[in-house]
Design a protein around this ligand. Sequence first.
Ligand code: DGL
Length: 290
Amino acid sequence: MAPVSSAPQRIAPIGVFDSGVGGLTVLHELLVALPQEDFVYLGDSARFPYGDRTARELQDFSRQIADVLLARGAKLIVVACNSATSGALADLQAHVAASAHPVDVIGVVGPESNLAVVTTRNGRVGLLATPATVATGAYERAVLTADPLVRLASVACPELAQISQTGAPITERDVEIVRAYCAPLREAGVDTVILGCTHYPFVRALLQRVLGPGISLITSGTAIARRVEHALAARDLETAHVGEGRYDFLCTGDAAAFAEVGTRFLQLPVGAVEHVDLGPVGPLPTEALA
Ligand code: DGL
């Protein structure tokens, strides 16, 4: 008979990734909704931001990251980045399905769109997102699938992730930029706005003030937490572990910087961060921060 090990059983983690620290707002919701699960998070901070990347780049990066997460035993992969979900989800699902360890891959766009559609009362929904996300039309398709009669007004916000990321005090100029992004949504008469980027929960109060108190704001984290919960239950993948699980971090850039900025995004201690090298970063936008 094989000896019974008394060592604590390591449970398969849920793999989560993003272009950097932003997806920690999504991980935050997952840690609250599923405290007993283990998570491994990869932030591709060396190649941040993803918001101006081409679909091809997003697909290549996402495949590389998924391979790392699968090698760490991920039982499910969550694409916590709106830009990567919009540009690469279908490609990534096919890549993982064909791998030696096929698991489900869930992105933020579908759950967020579904939540927006059930939230709106007047059938007019707004979207604030990065240029890459808006350019793919992924939210239009997802909203249309949920309800063909709901109209979506989309605004590309090239500077909003940057404003949220620095943690610097919000300036009058920042407020002006936010007003300009919100103006088309006010004109379109939307009653619900999708915050289609991991960073935007950090300017939620400012967005709510500019859009008005009657507007419902939908974030990626809250929408996907329920979806992941359901995916685990439906596939019998829930951990049997009782109590708090562990969460580990990998990043492609400066691990110390990731830990420092990440703590603000996660609102929980980040602890040790392991650096992983994913190869060439490609041309970097000049104002990359993470
Ligand atoms: N995670 C990215 C997103 O949600 C943040 C912005 C970026 O990398 O450009 O689109």
